[in-house]
Design a binder for this molecule. Sequence first.
Ligand SMILES: NC(=O)c1ccc[n+]([C@@H]2O[C@H](COP(=O)([O-])OP(=O)(O)OC[C@H]3O[C@@H](n4cnc5c(N)ncnc54)[C@H](O)[C@@H]3O)[C@@H](O)[C@H]2O)c1
Length: 245
Amino acid sequence: MRLKDKKIIVTAAAQGIGRATAMMFSKEGASVIATDINEEKLTELNKENNSIKTQKLDATNKNAVEDFCASIETVDVLFHAVGFVHHGTLLECDDTEFQRSVNVNVYSAYLMSYNLLPKMLDKGKGNIIIVSSAASNVKGAPNRFIYSTTKAALNGFVKALAADYVRNGIRCNAILPGTVETPSWEGRVNMADDPKQARKDFIARQAMGRLAQPKEIASLATYLASDESDFVTGTLNLIDGGWTL
Ligand SMILES: NC(=O)c1ccc[n+]([C@@H]2O[C@H](COP(=O)([O-])OP(=O)(O)OC[C@H]3O[C@@H](n4cnc5c(N)ncnc54)[C@H](O)[C@@H]3O)[C@@H](O)[C@H]2O)c1
């Protein structure tokens, strides 16, 4: 019960890292509100663990985020996992794709934090965890132009927020995964001409010869969400199986 009595909001909780983290947070005693745009999968999550409350929420929709946050009385932790992977180089990223990635990856983090931080400041304690990526300012990865650009922005976001509110009891940290076996990763592999071979090649390229499991990211998130990490703020936590070594 490492998160006993903590009220935690999780975004992108319907699948992948967000879902595994919502489940682990709940198992560790937190009271979790799981949000996502995918209502069907949220319902499945609630069926698997009915102590997790679910709420459909598009984290890029200003009015929806404002309404949702206004309905929350108190919050201890925001775990923000919303993100979209655009595959391509700079020349393959047109205006629409550029704006889309900035909106989903960066604006959503701003909107959620902007609306929840005042509640944390009122309490004199709060904790924001942002899921960024090793593919950012940390590692140049091919065909991840706008993805890495937005994740680098999130790394700056975390440092700046942590610096501004360190004296107000607020912590803010980032998690920078390498490649994690999630439905969106499966989707990207299945788009290849030979998905079976693509999967094999992808795994062979990993420094540890395997991908991360969402639960492994959830374990790091649990530490960052708990009071065990009370002295930790402004950190970029790589969890990449040695990809950036
Ligand atoms: N999977 C990886 O290999 C990997 C690696 C590094 C970082 N990440 C990051 O981890 C986070 C989660 O990735 P994943 O692969 O676990 O997730 P995923 O792509 O499998 O699932 C993403 C979830 O986000 C939801 N979502 C999308 N847009 C949303 C919006 N506007 N508002 C609310 N919910 C929205 C989707 O419905 C979906 O349930 C992302 O930020 C991603 O960039 C993932």
